[in-house]
Design a protein around this ligand. Structure first.
Ligand code: GLA
Length: 695
């Protein structure tokens, strides 16, 4: 039974882990254990009462509460802070009751009640046993007669076993350079990662991995977690003077407030936490399986090889230029042709058009139908780029509805890339955009949409907000989910891609709507290696759209470019007319090979063998779930001589079975390949792809 109760409290068990909490003598709901699953129920430690030892450090501060309110001398982040109608700001939460849903996905609900006010907080715990994940979120209900203002509400506070030291792994970056891994030892004090940009952001991602310092890709204890949210978020890791380490995660409390009217409830997004003893690689494989199996909409559909016109034609699209590219793409074996920016009303550059989602009459006098017909006639599906949350001041939409954008009436409306953000918190905006995009999808045979979002917010005003105007941060995201979700429901066959100037919006919230992410506008392949490595620490390869383009120095061979992109969901974005016959013929060979490899790449287990962020010689391996076949990619960027490339130790093979590796002499046992490794000779900017086959 994955969830059970003993006199010590509740235990949630996954395949290999356990998470336990209970009530202590003082009646507080406290954390007991999170780690490897233990053999007996009584193995999990009891809920303890912390001992204060001075008036400066009393018990309240030292208690590992599951979801602390704002009371007593805690001096830690409360998970919830509110203001009641009488101005009182404390929240004193005590256990009231629990209930348990014993479905396929067991959910335990713990109800806490404020001791003096009609405020109920429910802590939800869902067990994803096969993925060793616990999902947590909170719901707060105003059961009184007067409004309550929420100023801070976390999804969860996660506690870790008391230890000398913890190391936090996270990703950081910027536009064109996302997802760099950082590992840092936590020091007393607080480490905060967050977004204040309205979207998840290129700069940080709501993901963490925590280890005690000795773990690596393949081994060691790692606690990890993600927040399923596509707006402002905050993650704070706090190691206190007494060695207790916790991570709070939720929507960002910065500039946030929510008016909870009588009878209303508010739910936080979900925070998922996991534990593994298989290192960082093990942690990411659990997340990959979880995301593929349960989060993304199209489950295990194989992604088509696509062509995207952006880097080739930018805004200069019309039927003739796109059809020319499409013909060449089809000859190369491409299966999906995506027309990027530039196709809609008034769009000749980035200063105009956003908001007017109908085909530009000069470029497409017959609408999109002719082009789509030609693309379909070539045996390819058709996809389209849109950026529905945005408006250019130079557009018909803005001229008709200047108040639909996020703004403060008395302040400058700061533009970014000449655009403003439509206030997706407003229902009239939501309805308008649903109508526009729905029409586009209903009138045309479009099976793929790249949904872009190319700026961050400024002047976050909402003058006629029904509640507190600071609700904007959350209501915008809820509005986005509503618009996208409605369109998905109406057009279930469409595959959606989340893009925000590349990887500005990659998270488990958006992946409930989008099957893929455009992970960076940087398509230079050696830079891409690093970005892809960071990305796959969190997200599976099938969600990682990767194009082969002309970006970067000419000395980068086409093979290298393809190998990098074949590590995810392959696409092409180079200028095919300029490529010439020979280059296109070579591309066709790589595309054909990718089609053979893609079930393993997109849905197999991913092993990062050598990090491109750390080494100029790097490798990544994919193995089918049944371990019968796999593929190895190795890359060398610049290594000064003498370059002794070290052996690559394969992973995930059946130790007793025999395997052949393409290009290597003879079959050897899985254990041999994993323990003695294989040597590859690569020159600077050379790469290789090797199939692995069980014989
Ligand atoms: C963003 C995207 C690009 C491209 C352009 C179009 O930068 O990330 O891939 O779609 O917008 O304007």
């Amino acid at each position: 039974m994955p969830v059970y109760q003993t006199e010590l409290g509740w235990v949630l068990e996954t395949n290999t882990t356990a998470y336990a909490f209970g009530l202590n003598q003082a009646g507080l709901l406290v954390h007991r254990y999170w780690g490897a699953r233990l053999p007996r129920h009584e193995d999990y430690p009891p809920a303890t009462d912390a001992k204060g030892w001075a008036s400066f450090n009393n018990a309240a501060q030292l208690t590992q509460e599951e979801y602390p309110g704002y009371e007593d001398m805690k001096f830690v982040d409360a998970c919830i802070q509110v203001i009641f109608a009488d101005g009182v700001r404390g929240t004193v939460l005590r256990y009231a009751s629990f209930d348990l849903d014993e479905g396929a996905l067991p959910e335990l609900r713990i109800h806490l009640r404020d001791t003096a006010y009609p405020l109920q907080v429910t802590l939800h715990y869902r067990v994803h046993a096969d993925y060793d994940l616990i999902e947590r979120w909170a719901t707060v209900a105003n059961q009184g007669e007067t409004p309550i203002t929420i100023e801070r509400i976390d999804s969860a506070q996660w506690h870790f076993p008391v230890a000398e030291s913890y190391r936090l792994t996270h990703v950081t970056g910027r536009w064109l350079d996302e997802m760099h891994l950082r590992r840092e030892v936590l020091q007393p004090g607080r480490k905060v990662l967050e977004s204040r940009r309205l979207t998840t952001s290129h700069h940080h991602n709501p993901w963490f991995a925590l280890d005690r310092g000795g773990s690596c890709e393949d081994a060691g204890a790692v606690w990890f977690g993600v927040l399923a949210w596509s707006g402002n978020w905050k993650l704070s890791a706090d190691i206190n003077d007494f060695g207790a380490t916790r991570i709070n995660v939720g929507v960002n409390d910065w500039d946030f407030a929510w008016r909870l009217n009588p009878g209303d409830t508010f739910s936080t997004p979900s925070s998922f936490g996991g534990y593994t003893e298989q290192g960082f690689g093990g942690a990411s494989r659990l997340l990959h399986d979880f995301i593929r199996d349960t989060i993304i909409p199209h489950g295990h559909a194989l992604h088509k090889v696509l062509y995207n016109s952006w880097e080739a034609t930018t805004f200069n699209v019309d039927e003739a230029s796109q059809a020319e590219l499409a013909e060449l793409a089809a000859e190369m074996g491409i299966e999906l042709f995506v027309m990027d920016d530039g196709w809609f009303h008034g769009r000749d550059d980035d200063t105009a058009g956003l908001g007017d989602w109908w085909p530009d009459e000069r470029k497409f006098p017959n609408g999109l139908k002719n082009l789509i017909g030609r693309v379909n006639g070539l045996g390819m599906d058709f996809g389209l780029w849109i950026e529905p949350e945005m408006v250019n001041p130079n557009s018909e939409l803005y001229r008709a509805h200047p108040d639909w954008v996020i703004h403060f009436p008395t302040r400058t409306r700061t533009t970014g890339r000449d655009q403003l953000i439509l206030n997706f918190a407003r229902t009239d905006v939501q309805e308008y955009i649903i109508g526009q995009i729905d029409r586009l999808l209903s009138e045309n045979n479009i099976v793929f949409i790249k949904w872009d979002m190319n700026r961050n917010v400024s002047e976050p005003g909402w003058s006629d907000a029904p509640g507190d105007p600071r609700e904007l941060w959350v209501r915008y995201v809820q509005g986005l989910y509503h618009v996208w979700g409605t369109l998905r429901e109406r057009h279930p066959e469409v595959i959606w891609q989340s893009c925000s100037g590349g990887g500005g919006r990659a998270d488990l919230g958006i992946l409930r709507l989008a099957d893929q992410v455009w992970i960076s506008d940087n398509t230079e392949p050696s830079a891409r290696l690093a970005i892809q490595e960071g990305y796959t620490n969190i997200f599976p390869a099938n969600t990682m759209e990767a194009w082969v383009t002309d970006m970067g120095p000419d000395y980068l061979p086409l093979a290298f470019r393809f190998h990098v992109s074949m590590c995810g969901s392959l696409g092409v974005g180079g200028h095919l007319v300029h490529w010439g016959t020979e280059r296109r013929a070579e591309a066709a060979r790589w595309i054909a090979l990718y089609k053979e490899l893609r079930p393993v790449v997109q849905y197999g287990d991913l092993y990062r063998l050598r990090s491109p962020q750390e080494h100029a010689y790097s490798a990544v391996q994919y193995m089918s779930k049944d371990r019968t076949e796999g593929v190895l990619f190795a890359f060398r960027t610049h290594l000064p001589p003498p370059a002794n490339t070290p052996p690559l130790y394969l992973r995930g093979l059946d130790p007793d079975a025999s395997y052949e590796i393409e290009g290597m002499l003879g079959a050897r046992s899985g254990l041999a390949w994993m323990r003695t490794g294989l040597y590859l000779e690569l020159k600077d900017f050379e790469s290789t792809v090797r199939r692995i086959r069980r014989v």
